[in-house]
Design a protein around this ligand. Sequence first.
Ligand code: NAD
Length: 499
Amino acid sequence: MQDLTHYINGEHVTGTSGRFADVYNPATGEVQARVPLANAADLDTAVRAAVAAQPKWAATNPQRRARVMMRFVDLLNRDMDKLSEALSREHGKTLPDAAGDVQRGLEVVEYCIGAPQLLKGEFTDGAGPGIDMYSMRQPLGVSAGITPFNFPAMIPMWMFAPAIACGNAFILKPSERDPSVPLMLAELMEEAGLPKGILQVVNGDKEAVDAILDHEVIQSVGFVGSTPIAEYIYGRGCSNGKRVQCFGGAKNHMIIMPDADLDQAADALIGAGYGAAGERCMAISVAVPVGEETANKLIEKLKPRIDALKVGPYTAGRDVDYGPVVTAAAKANIMKLIESGVAQGAELVVDGRDFSLQGYEDGFFVGPHLFDHVTTDMDIYQKEIFGPVLSVVRASDYEEALGLAMDHEMGNGTAIFTRDGDAARDFASRVNVGMIGINVPIPVPLAYHTFGGWKKSVFGDLNQHGPDAFKFYTRTKTVTARWPSGIKDGAALNFKPMD
Ligand code: NAD
């Protein structure tokens, strides 16, 4: 069994808390490593190292900072297989999916190579007589990020790449379920030329998170995870005077209009509903066919596709569509919600409750499930299941379908499948959700746009990556400069508007 560490000031250290968490191989159910859980003193050691290193990094010109990002991209590509394997081993997702996790983070790093351009301020020549006005974007100092288990490569990179490109030091507190890839990323950043202390990994649980939220030196906190924790972190971080952005859970609806290509819609639902065992914040967990005929045909098309899904360990390579869920506790929670769906009267059209995989009986595998006739009062509709479970809620018309997506408390992503431009346009314009797909089931914006939901899926204002990240990780300073002409104008003692 491997003993993992923190990564503080360029060193692998165990910390002083004496507390550890087990890290599982979800495919076998075995404990494969243990990770130290930091206390406030461990966090403080990292903050001190960050404070010592950050001013020099901030004073490094943005082009040189961008070059570190360039080399980091090369190293990510060099180590793609190694990173993917480590990721699959702790998370359980398939190797191609793990490579996608690294790739979607890498693309944000590529975007951050544009830091010299993105950090440029504004300039007004001649704001008044002899007066120029200009703004600068300056780093905050020390930033921290708290990330979820489901994208252990992508989400840390979404945070630390822009933070560091802007000249900050960054302390990452990754999920304690799959901490190996974040540690590998920190090592690669140093190999790319990042000075020690600028990117550190402090592993831990609530104790480490609370230490981050209460540490007066830390200027900003980014969080991605479940909604209750997002709300908690936002409240405590803000009340401690920090800049905080928190991204929470989801319940993404996909509306299928009667004119949609139903084969295309069914294929999309399989990928978006069951890919990564449903453990994606942009997974589609609710399908809303419009009209009885659409619903009946859709169910007919979904059933054989679901029956054909191959569930297995990542080591089985491309023969596997999705792997296990992350922990035994996650599996137990999913199974409990499935039972509640049956008890509350939903029709379990595809029942995966007996699923078992020979040779992997102790793994955290969950067979695929499909519920029909789900209603809005059921737990399986209201709660985020975060497993391979798709719920069909039948709507009689477009307005009812739109209303379902709008009335749900979560608002991360949503999609509409239709051939009608007018319906698609109306949907995109009216729905109160942050990311919209039109005939695209998982509308994750690319690196140069921004990512973020609405409603209870977010706490804070600016989105992740894209131009918003460069706003989140910098402060604006505005300078009004006058170079008096001396003998020409004389002294002006009055305070007056620019003329
Ligand atoms: P989680 O909320 O359990 O954990 C996220 C992070 O918070 C981890 O680092 C964890 O150590 C920490 N944490 C857990 N409990 C805490 C507590 N009581 N106090 C302080 N910190 C605590 O989430 P998860 O299970 O790792 O990830 C799945 C969730 O993340 C889902 O709800 C999913 O929708 C959401 N998610 C959202 C997005 C998005 O962009 N909106 C992206 C990915 C995942």
